[in-house]
Design a protein around this ligand. Structure first.
Ligand code: MG
Length: 384
């Protein structure tokens, strides 16, 4: 493809030239990619990582994130984050970091959009329930399931299963599945992880305040909130604005600390390439003192929000529903959709059932529970 010159002082660039021009040596360049399991011709105007981003964006698993809860369920209101809006916030924050430190933004975006697609219905509670159901198969993890979705479950091409993503995107997600491996991931993946943590620490405070699960008084003693107060005049504005100002300030202070530390680390390695950076185990991290303030906030959120009685009730109901749906489908696999019945013959019934349930949105899971379990209870007395 021939690129026309559209702006007089900036020559038109191919994606290869654009990366060469904009990225730092330590970034993962598309031309360094190890390719895909099923080789493909390179695209004329999209880099391999842009194609990965688009494949994730157009996947069924990604669309279903709109119907999956982050922390709070859909019937609690319409202000708080869903798994999809959380993912969009992570992607935006991660790209901001990536641009500032000259990493590969396209790879970052692909990794960010992918990072939570493996979540089953009802968030971590659904994950715990599925993990219990599948203990003798090795258990269930949303990070591992994301890999299964994009390598096996998604059907986009006639000659093979999965999305045929690049090895770099798969390796990034593999790191999320096994963070104790001792290996440092690509800097692009580290940036996505940092953005994930920044996003949920800030937006869970925002959502919990809006839902009345937290009070300002409870938050005031937290070191991270004190840091936020230094950059935003929280005491001088009304209740509604104060909450929004707090969430912006929480993001600002986290971003500022991460970038300051990252600039220092990257200054020492600016001539190294991506592979050398990984071999040396280079990590981009917030300062130790700041990280400890984040941990204080996270422990507070765990005790006061994630374990809040209102959520405990929802968690219990979701866990019961997933357990019962799992038992029913295991006993009556003919009630699985055709594609999953076929997989049951290859993978075993339990794995096919877990895969089916893990892909559901919260509402679809509720509907299936009502249709199959509650309405079918009389016919299926022997499984419950
Ligand atoms: Mg996340």
């Amino acid at each position: 493809m021939k690129f026309p010159v559209l702006k007089h002082n900036l020559p038109a660039m191919s994606w290869q030239q654009r990366e060469h021009f904009l990225l730092a040596p330590y970034a993962m360049f598309s031309v360094q990619s190890q390719g895909r399991e099923h080789p493909e011709e390179s695209h004329s105007y999209r880099s391999p990582f842009q194609r990965d981003r688009d494949r994730v964006l157009h996947s069924a698993a990604f669309r279903r994130l709109s119907g999956k809860m982050q922390v709070f369920t859909g019937d609690m209101g319409d202000y708080h984050r869903t798994r999809l809006t959380h993912t969009n916030e992570v992607s935006s924050l991660a790209r901001t970091i990536g641009r500032a430190v000259q990493l590969n933004e396209d790879l970052i975006e692909a990794l960010a959009l992918l990072h939570d697609v493996g979540h089953p219905p009802f968030g971590h509670c659904g994950e715990d329930a599925l993990n219990e159901c599948t203990q003798h198969l090795g258990g269930f993890s949303h990070n591992r399931f994301a890999l299964e979705l994009v390598t096996l479950v998604e059907q986009r091409y006639t000659s093979y299963s999965g999305l045929n993503l690049t090895r770099e995107v798969l390796a990034g997600q593999e790191f999320r599945s096994d963070k104790d491996s001792g290996f440092a991931p690509m800097l692009e993946m580290q940036v996505v992880d940092a953005a994930d943590s920044m996003a949920y620490d800030a937006h869970d405070v925002d959502d919990a305040l809006k839902l009345g699960l937290l009070s300002w008084k409870q938050l005031e003693g937290l070191a991270l909130v004190q840091r936020a107060k230094k950059v935003a005049p929280l005491d001088q504005c009304g209740q509604g604005n104060r909450r929004q100002m707090l969430v912006h300030a929480l993001l600002d202070v986290q971003m500022e600390n991460f970038l300051s530390s990252a600039f220092e680390t990257l200054a020492d390695i600016r001539q190294l390439d991506s592979q050398s950076v990984q071999e040396l185990g280079i990590r981009l991290e917030m300062s130790a003192e700041f990280q400890s303030d984040k941990e204080e906030l996270e422990e507070f959120l765990f005790d006061q929000v994630y374990r809040h009685p209102k959520l405990a009730e929802i968690r219990q109901r979701a866990a019961t529903r997933i357990h019962q749906l799992f038992r029913l489908l295991k006993a009556y696999p003919e009630r699985l959709p055709e594609r999953f019945q076929l997989w049951a013959t290859h993978w075993g019934v339990e794995r096919a059932v877990a895969t089916y349930i893990a892909g559901m949105t919260d509402r679809f899971c509720d509907d299936q529970y009502v249709n199959m379990v509650e309405l079918g209870r009389s016919q299926a007395a022997d499984w419950s």
